[in-house]
Design a protein around this ligand. Structure first.
Ligand SMILES: [Zn+2]
Length: 162
């Protein structure tokens, strides 16, 4: 999906699209399967009168746990605000708290935008502990049947041992 972001920002009519990301190109090895991400985008002007794109991404992607190599569902919840500029030189005119997106030929591909913002929001290390807060379900536990035992024992069994 290609939009003219300058026109879009002036019109200030928000859009919402579902973008299917594929595990290839910049996302190869990052996400494991096709993922549907919803982008909500609106145009605006910032306090300096510069045209901006403000957006939110939501959905989830599958990442590979760097510890146990199993899949993890990673919830995507990203918001961004970008100042539209037409060249590198223009981008350099911005202040520190303005983030530029350089637009070539008045065209912006939404897939590219979603990919870039998603990559910026990816965790530095993807592991069950980092993302879900829980330890990995290790293969050892599965093999020795520890999980089975845990499931079948009643929570009151713990009380017996007290
Ligand atoms: Zn894991």
């Amino acid at each position: 999906v290609i939009i003219d972001p300058f026109r879009f920002a002036k019109k200030s009519e928000p859009l919402e699209r579902v973008i299917t990301l594929q595990p290839k190109d910049r996302l190869e090895g990052v996400i494991l399967e096709n993922s549907e991400i919803t982008i909500h985008l609106s145009g605006n002007r910032n306090h300096k009168g510069r045209l901006t794109l403000e957006g939110e991404l939501s959905g989830s992607v599958k990442l590979r746990c760097q510890v146990c190599l199993e899949n993890i569902d990673y919830p995507v919840d990203v918001s961004f605000k970008l100042v539209l500029v037409s060249s590198e030189e223009r981008a350099e005119e911005l202040t520190e708290n303005e983030e530029a997106i350089i637009i070539i030929d008045d065209q912006l591909e939404l897939e590219e935008l979603v990919t870039t913002e998603l990559l910026l929001a990816m965790p530095v290390s993807a592991s069950h502990r980092d993302i879900t807060g829980n330890d990995c379900i290790s293969d050892d536990a599965l093999v020795s049947g520890e999980l089975e035992t845990q499931k079948s024992s009643s929570p009151f069994d713990v009380l017996k041992n007290l």
